[in-house]
Design a protein around this ligand. Structure first.
Ligand SMILES: [Mg+2]
Length: 227
């Protein structure tokens, strides 16, 4: 099955680079390119892409606004935001507008390919740095002080050894730390390919679709340290 992709970005060189990377994958086909949000709607109507890669900063209509309109008109469309911004307000706006992926332009080509695959299959994909920021927000929200002002000991972290191997628990913690596959490989002295295998085993065992859900599940259950 081919994944049809549209790239909306105002910089031609960036579009060309992204296209070139995506077309290394035999199952991907870049069906259209556009340079602003207004063009995006016409492109969807005409080409029915499965996945749209959408820049945030564009003239005329920005990517968040365009995403909102696209999702309104074509709720099935899967949109991945491409951005240079990792601050929370951008991410929140983008996700509220209906995007299911958020990538930073500093990503490597593997992350781009993985994101398109995950999102095409109905999952969500956040750049590791974004996951880390969300974990950080969660930490702030889970206020450890009671209304009276006394400090409450955070619950002890218990790795889910009833579900995962010790190695997979380590990988899960590093996912929660916001590490990319490459960084996890470096930390554990294993290859990126081995990391990918561990991650897919973790997803399967925790019965979740993607790494973001794995991290959320792990935090909720106190399986990882929020650090
Ligand atoms: Mg731009």
């Amino acid at each position: 099955m081919t994944v049809k992709i549209a790239i909306i970005d105002d910089h031609q060189l960036f579009r060309e680079g992204v296209k070139r990377i995506l077309e290394f994958e035999k199952t991907f086909e870049v069906v259209a390119e556009g340079e602003d949000g207004e063009e995006a709607l016409d492109i969807i109507e005409k080409y029915h892409p499965d996945v749209v890669l959408m820049d945030i900063n564009m003239p005329h209509q920005n990517g968040v606004e365009a995403t909102r309109k696209l999702i309104e008109a074509y709720p099935e469309t899967k949109i991945i935001i491409l951005s240079i911004h990792d601050d929370e307000s951008y991410v929140t706006h983008a996700l509220k507008s209906g995007a299911t992926g958020y990538l930073l332009k500093e990503m490597d080509s593997d992350a781009l390919i993985e994101a398109v695959k995950v999102v095409a299959e109905g999952g969500s994909y956040l750049h590791p740095k974004i996951t880390h920021n969300l974990v950080e927000e969660f930490r702030k929200l889970s206020n450890r002080y009671t209304p009276g002002g006394t400090y409450q000991q955070p619950p002890a972290v218990v790795p889910p050894l009833h579900l995962l191997t010790p190695r997979e628990c380590e990988v899960l913690q590093l996912l929660a730390d916001g590490k990319s596959n490459r960084a996890i490989g470096d930390a554990l002295y294993i290859s990126e390919k081995t990391v990918k295998n561990h991650v897919s085993n973790i997803l399967q065992k925790l019965k979740v679709k993607d790494r973001t859900q794995a991290v959320v599940t792990a935090i909720k259950n106190g399986w990882v340290e929020v650090r």
